[in-house]
Design a protein around this ligand. Structure first.
Ligand SMILES: Nc1nc(=O)c2c([nH]1)NC[C@@H]1CN(c3ccc(C(=O)N[C@@H](CCC(=O)O)C(=O)O)cc3)CN21
Ligand SMILES: O=c1ccn([C@H]2C[C@H](O)[C@@H](COP(=O)(O)O)O2)c(=O)[nH]1
Length: 338
């Protein structure tokens, strides 16, 4: 998918050096945006291998979102990608599915006069076992797409400001809006923070999948996936390795500006590996720049397709999703900044 390579190039070529809470520094860029036509196939990256265990992780991550579970006890049986942010009991205070399917409704004491809140019998309100009321945003979207497809209110929001202020890791992809044009269902995702090498490939795959599932449930064709990322960043290493970029970003960016052909990115990588201090033991691959330069040198291959069985969002499981005709370049390993 060329759009992803353009995003990588834009962040590396125009970004600024930016340390952050993880201790792994970044090259960061403000407000990146791109769009992908889902009619041209499923946008799973082909410039690195995303099948096998990575595909399995992404599928189960989406099924976990759809489950509305606030913990990762089921998810962690399939993948370790969320383990670092959960406790031993699998409790995770990052609310994605929990807010998609079970957004908290203030109890009666918390409701002010004149405000409108649905009662317990309302279509998308669920009474939890302990009596709390929650709102199913995703089911609201699906039902409204059938009843009022021209609605401009098809928003799913995973951001709760008070929760975000104290959460270990507040949601990164925090709000998405569906929008119908003709017979096509489009999806626009707003992400506050995007790890270009590791997180974003998963995010694209997940939301393209979700758009396809919702389109199928509501009788639309999948249309465009549009993605706005407020802080798009490439992790560039810890300690001396990360700091090297503070002093050498200008040189890197001038070399990138001179790269006309895909293979020119390999020469930039060679220069970088010969100049930058080696990563410390234990910090290997926290610098994502070499792996992304490798990807920039690779020609994107034909997009695969995704077959989705006819299952509701309550029943959808990984077995209902089949990737077809996927061919890719070799996998690339990146370290995760925690
Ligand atoms: N720094 C950082 N980047 C992220 O993308 C990220 C976080 N933190 N924290 C929370 C979640 C967890 N996500 C993750 C975490 C790890 C991988 C990862 O290691 N991906 C490997 C495959 C690992 C596997 O499937 O077991 C990859 O090569 O893509 C991907 C997404 C996305 N998020
Ligand atoms: O789906 C996801 C989840 C997380 N990320 C990345 C973006 C950042 O690199 C970290 C989160 O750190 P913050 O300091 O909270 O921004 O995780 C992602 O890209 N996609």
């Amino acid at each position: 998918m060329q759009q992803y390579l353009d995003l990588v190039d834009s962040v590396l070529s125009g970004g600024a050096y930016k340390p952050n809470r993880t201790g792994v520094d970044t090259i960061s860029s403000f407000s990146e945006h791109y769009e992908v036509d889902l009619q041209e196939g499923y946008p799973l990256l082909t410039t690195k291998g995303m099948d096998g265990y990575r595909w399995n992780s992404m599928l189960h991550e989406v099924c976990w979102y759809l489950s509305g579970e606030e913990h990762i006890r089921t998810l962690r049986e399939e993948t370790k990608i969320w383990d670092a942010w959960a406790d031993d009991e699998g409790r995770l205070d990052t609310a994605y599915g929990r807010f998609w399917r079970r957004y908290p409704i203030p109890d009666e004491d918390g409701q002010l006069e004149g405000e409108s809140w649905p009662d317990a019998a309302h279509r998308w309100v669920n009474q939890e076992e302990d009596g709390r009321r929650t709102f199913d945003q995703l089911q609201y979207v699906i039902d409204t797409l059938s009843d009022s497809p021209n609605s401009r209110r098809l928003v799913v929001n995973a951001w709760h400001p008070a929760n975000a202020a104290v959460s270990t890791l507040p949601p990164c992809h925090y709000s998405f809006v569906f929008n119908v044009q003709g017979d096509q269902l489009n999806c626009h995702l707003t992400q506050r923070s995007g790890d270009v090498a590791l997180g974003i490939p998963f995010n694209i795959a997940a939301y393209a999948l979700l758009t396809k599932v919702i389109a199928q449930q509501t009788g639309f064709e999948p249309g465009t996936f549009a993605h706005t990322v407020v802080d798009s960043h490439v992790y560039c290493g810890r300690g001396e390795r990360g700091e090297w970029y503070a002093d050498n970003l200008e040189e890197l960016q001038s070399r990138l500006a001179d790269a006309d052909e895909r293979e020119d990115y390999l020469a930039v990588r060679e220069w970088l590996e010969s100049e930058a201090p080696a990563e410390d033991d234990g910090d290997e691959r926290l610098d994502h720049v070499p792996g992304l330069l490798e990807q920039l040198s690779r020609e994107p291959l034909e997009r695969p397709t995704l077959e989705v069985a006819d299952a509701s969002i309550d029943d959808l499981s990984a077995e209902d999703l089949e990737l077809r005709n996927y061919d890719s370049h070799d996998g690339i390993k990146f370290g995760v900044a925690e």
